[in-house]
Design a binder for this molecule. Structure first.
Ligand code: ZN
Length: 284
């Protein structure tokens, strides 16, 4: 710890230093769950998050009971995601891309909020809740259409208040008895949300795309991630190897704090909005 300033003064000072470091550079951005908390999507690693082990792809594929439980939770989680809106942080990153400052966004989130905020070059490392695909024939389905099918087949299903979301954007259902699992309307096989399950690998071509964003940039911002997930720390290493300055915005410690040019210990929405203002010269 090098600062003795109170948090607000510290953050203001750190933002000014970040603007200095980032000024005139093309910037890659890596985001985690922290950028979406202000949109009402809880950070499952944050305080008060339910402690549980996420379902693996093997469990999902091996048992119909597991799939039933997963689909109830995933459907409830999707409804919560679909009702959320991009926040000031997502919007600031879209503004920065339009202004030619942000080169691309790599996200660990599956909520699709960067795209909805207007960011164009987005790599969704862990996939997206917006798509579902058939593991047999490969047919891709839009989640909104599928949600309608799920509700038509299970008219009793409702989203409870104070829903607790899990790592794949799924909720923990009280019961999944009697739930009719959606199946592929083409071949009748198993449908799987297009998200990387716990213990699954990120497709190599997707990681390469994320790497290209970092290696074709001149600086890296990490926002709302404690970098617990390995893919995140690997991208920070790529940036470091190319001697790119790294700016970290996160409440709490991250695995790369000591390697950062600037660490801003504050909320991502207000800090990204301040950076957008400082780097584009316009109010957001
Ligand atoms: Zn199929």
């Amino acid at each position: 710890m090098t600062t003795l300033l109170p948090p607000d003064a510290h953050a203001t000072d750190a933002i000014a230093r970040a603007i200095e470091v980032l000024s005139g550079r093309r910037v890659a951005v890596l985001t985690g769950a922290g950028v979406s908390t202000d949109s009402g999507i809880p950070d499952y690693r944050g305080k008060g998050a339910p402690v549980r082990t996420p379902m693996t792809a093997q469990q999902f594929l091996a048992s119909e009971q597991a799939r039933r439980r997963y689909w109830v939770g995933s459907h409830l989680g999707w409804r919560t995601f679909a009702a959320s809106e991009p926040n000031a942080g997502h919007l600031a990153l879209a503004d920065l891309e339009r202004a030619g400052v942000v080169n691309g966004v790599v996200t660990q989130n599956v909520d699709g909020l960067h795209l909805r905020a207007g960011s164009h070059r987005v790599v969704e490392l862990h996939g997206t809740m917006r798509r579902v695909f058939c593991i047999h024939c490969g047919q891709v389905f839009d989640r909104r259409d599928l949600a309608e099918r799920v509700e038509a087949a299970n008219p009793w299903i409702t989203v409870p208040d104070n829903i607790k979301l899990g790592p794949d954007g799924d909720a923990l259902p009280e019961s999944s008895d009697g739930f009719v699992i959606p199946e592929c309307s083409i071949c009748g096989s198993v449908l799987k949300p297009d998200v990387v399950f716990f213990g699954e690998y990120i497709p190599p071509e997707k990681f390469s795309e994320a790497e290209r964003i970092v290696t074709s940039s001149e600086a890296l911002i990490v926002a709302g991630s404690s970098l617990v997930v390995n893919s995140g720390i690997r991208l920070v290493e790529r940036a470091r190897r190319r001697k790119l300055p790294v700016v970290i915005i996160n409440r709490g410690d991250t695995r790369a704090d000591r390697k950062a040019a600037v660490k801003i210990n504050a909320g991502t929405s207000e800090v990204l909005a301040a950076l957008a203002k400082g780097l584009t010269g316009t109010a957001t």
